[in-house]
Design a protein around this ligand. Sequence first.
Ligand SMILES: Cc1cc2nc3c(=O)[nH]c(=O)nc-3n(C[C@H](O)[C@H](O)[C@H](O)COP(=O)(O)OP(=O)(O)OC[C@H]3O[C@@H](n4cnc5c(N)ncnc54)[C@H](O)[C@@H]3O)c2cc1C
Ligand SMILES: *[C@@H]1O[C@H](CO)[C@@H](O)[C@H](O)[C@H]1NC(C)=O
Ligand SMILES: *[C@@H]1O[C@H](CO)[C@@H](O)[C@H](O)[C@H]1NC(C)=O
Ligand SMILES: *[C@@H]1O[C@H](CO)[C@@H](O)[C@H](O)[C@H]1NC(C)=O
Ligand SMILES: *[C@@H]1O[C@H](CO)[C@@H](O)[C@H](O)[C@H]1NC(C)=O
Length: 445
Amino acid sequence: MASTPSPHIPSSILIIGGGVFGLSTAWALCRRPEYKNSSITVIDRLSFPATDGSSIDSSRIIRADYSAAVYSKLAVKALERWRTDFAPEHYHQSGLCVTAAGPEQKYVTDSLANVQAIGVDKIEVLGSSEDIKRACGLEAASPNGGGNVGYVNWSSGWANAEGGMRWLREKVEKLNRVKFVVGKVKKLQIHHQTNTVSGAILEDSSEIHADLTILAAGAWSASLIDLRGICKSTGQALFYMPISPSEEAKLSKNPTILNLSNGLFMIPPAKGLLKIARHGDGYINPTTIPHPESTDPNETITVSLPYTHVNDPNLSVPIEAHRECRDFLSSIHPSLAVPSRPFTHSKICWYTDTRNGDFLITYHPKYKGLFVATGGSGHGYKFLPVIGDSILECIMGRTPEDFKDRWKWPEERVPEELWKGDGSRGGPVGMVLEEELRKSGKARL
Ligand SMILES: Cc1cc2nc3c(=O)[nH]c(=O)nc-3n(C[C@H](O)[C@H](O)[C@H](O)COP(=O)(O)OP(=O)(O)OC[C@H]3O[C@@H](n4cnc5c(N)ncnc54)[C@H](O)[C@@H]3O)c2cc1C
Ligand SMILES: *[C@@H]1O[C@H](CO)[C@@H](O)[C@H](O)[C@H]1NC(C)=O
Ligand SMILES: *[C@@H]1O[C@H](CO)[C@@H](O)[C@H](O)[C@H]1NC(C)=O
Ligand SMILES: *[C@@H]1O[C@H](CO)[C@@H](O)[C@H](O)[C@H]1NC(C)=O
Ligand SMILES: *[C@@H]1O[C@H](CO)[C@@H](O)[C@H](O)[C@H]1NC(C)=O
């Protein structure tokens, strides 16, 4: 059970991780008068922007189409901000088209039934691959055509993810309330006799003391506390291709297309780059590390942890993902998928998945002074304008009623094989990064 939050306001607060969850929380703290005397420190292992962090990329989808009404409601609030006063220059409302073929068709048809029941405008129902081709400005209708269904929500869009983060970072820096530190946290400072966390120990052995420590280290959080059976880091594949200004002018008016059947999606290009990626089960990277909560230095646990271009500048994405993304591009824009137009770079970006896609925003059930804010599950970015305020409500013991059951520390740890997922992922399951790299004839880990 979550320990009850301390009634007093902590005099020092340490936020580990300067991504969407950490930075948005820091911003919320700066704006609350209750915290005006608290010191606020944000530490990140990389200087801003952390290039392998989940929050830094060319683009992220901004949508409110959730099957769970509570996330829709929060996303609508976030969308209102993106459209008006939150980094509006980085938000582009070009629509989102969700398609499917085969078994996932049911998911889309069911969502559509909901949609039509609510009677929202700006939804366009697409009953065939020809419809999809027209609405998404595709060069070609998908070859297997026929059975494809989908819909476009013209009031969704996408944001320049790094741009939005830079915008907020600058805003927070101007408030002059937050101390930003670059350094890698090695361990939480855990006092086992009292089950209290009092800050963090860094790789260089220096210490940062805090009355309240907020763990917001995204996919790396599992290296600092035991999250087995609660959060799982999964690597997702992304590819980029340079395109010409005239190609960009044409494609940038189209909606994002996300095929739920295989998880592949294309976000409209910007700044000369087209991105193709997969929203899938992803790769796991089982890693054996000292047990982050044990007093026995010899005790280890094995958990999936990120492995990125920061670990290995030569890291390339497994060949199976390259093939899938290439085939996808070839089926929708064949003229871009010719051999003379290779993807010029790629990366693996890490989701912090939970068993059903809910975030994990709660006090730690065992350690006083430790709050956890993570579990983005591949859909956290859009909430950048609002998630910090929600996190702060939880810190103050006022978790929004809608999210009480969803964001709490789970009653039990569930083996990862039994997770049912959030229903939105497509493509292959159960892949291990090292195996896929080996199959690709690429370097070891
Ligand atoms: C490929 C991809 C596509 C996505 N697409 C979408 C989308 O279309 N729409 C959407 O809404 N969401 C999307 N998401 C999800 C969204 O990006 C994430 O939910 C969100 O960015 C998570 O933020 P975070 O703060 O938890 O993690 P991060 O941004 O990763 O921040 C964690 C930070 O902690 C730091 N850190 C880690 N370990 C330590 C340590 N030991 N010491 C100090 N610092 C440390 C890291 O350097 C990092 O900067 C996507 C995610 C990915 C990976
Ligand atoms: C379309 O997006 C709007 C927000 O812009 C949202 O209110 C609506 O629920 C979305 N439609 C569907 C079908 O989810
Ligand atoms: C979506 O993926 C399915 C399965 O791979 C495929 O049959 C279909 O043609 C794809 N549709 C689009 C629009 O890409
Ligand atoms: C850890 O392992 C080493 C080597 O096996 C051993 O010498 C040491 O006593 C162990 N430490 C503890 C605390 O068990
Ligand atoms: C990356 O590749 C370059 C050139 O092939 C090589 O010199 C370098 O050692 C490699 N780096 C790593 C970390 O493997």
